[in-house]
Design a protein around this ligand. Sequence first.
Ligand SMILES: Cc1cc2nc3c(=O)[nH]c(=O)nc-3n(C[C@H](O)[C@H](O)[C@H](O)COP(=O)(O)O)c2cc1C
Length: 313
Amino acid sequence: MNKVAELFKIQHPIIAGGMVWVSGWRLAAAVSNAGGLGLLGAGSMHPDVLREHIRKARVATDKPFGVNVPLLYPEIDKVMDILVEEGVKVVFTSAGNPKTWTAMLKSHGMTVAHVVSSSKFALKAQEAGVDAVVAEGFEAGGHNGREETTTFVLIPQVRQAISIPLIAAGGIATGRGMLAAMALGADGVQMGTAFALAEESSAHTAFKEKSIALQEGDTMLCLKKLAPTRLVKNDFYARVALAENAGMDADELRDILGKGRAKLGIFEGNLVDGELEIGQIASLIKEIKPAKRIIDDIVEEFNRAKVVFANKN
Ligand SMILES: Cc1cc2nc3c(=O)[nH]c(=O)nc-3n(C[C@H](O)[C@H](O)[C@H](O)COP(=O)(O)O)c2cc1C
């Protein structure tokens, strides 16, 4: 059996990354009901809102689902308490040191994965005791690695560095993409962009429609002095790029950013002044579909591509 499917007790080794302003109980439950692993995105939820989403997801699916926790979250202790109190079974941590929380989460019987963007940190995550590593290339939507290592370069090297299950992320939205990631050594895939544009995603319709109209080259990694983030090239991005080119430092950039830009762009659909986080692969996606169709289409294409690939050689 596939290692990732076995670890999380799911049908297909496909994970919907937990995403700020996108991954609420509707999306997580829809993905899990379709045989993947749905994750709630705790990064944009107040702790009591997270608790509510965990409870609603549990009503909406009897399949396994999990929670993504960016470890730099300001009220991290409260979030961790809620995961324990609510009996969450699967946690994907990101943006921080996996050493701090992995042992505690595992002592409560949780399965823990950690997101990294380099082989060095993949090994550190394995040493911290996580059950699986998500290795994310810089094609990905959202916050990103500084070194700009692509998924194609990252996955084979992380495969050499670690022995635990490896989940590839960044630029994957098709069955052929999934097969390629697995040919490079991944045991499963995590997709963000594809599910951010699903019907059940909490993102604003204007954000989804803008994203499916993007062409190759319409997103750019910026804000390396703060937290490297891939953004759609809108007016807000142009202001950030101008400030970066003028050599502004982190504090000055923080002032330009202000607060709540990602919410404004992704959740409220302000395409001009909002921070529009989406991955490069958005340019390949042309339709807003239910999560189940996204998964069914990928699994079907993956199975067909395996046969074509076998016959090629
Ligand atoms: C709008 C958006 C928000 C995201 N928020 C988070 C987050 O809160 N925590 C996290 O670990 N990853 C986050 N990600 C990254 C995804 O979980 C996933 O790893 C990534 O999107 C995979 O690459 P892809 O976009 O090419 O599919 C986000 C991605 C997007 C597009």
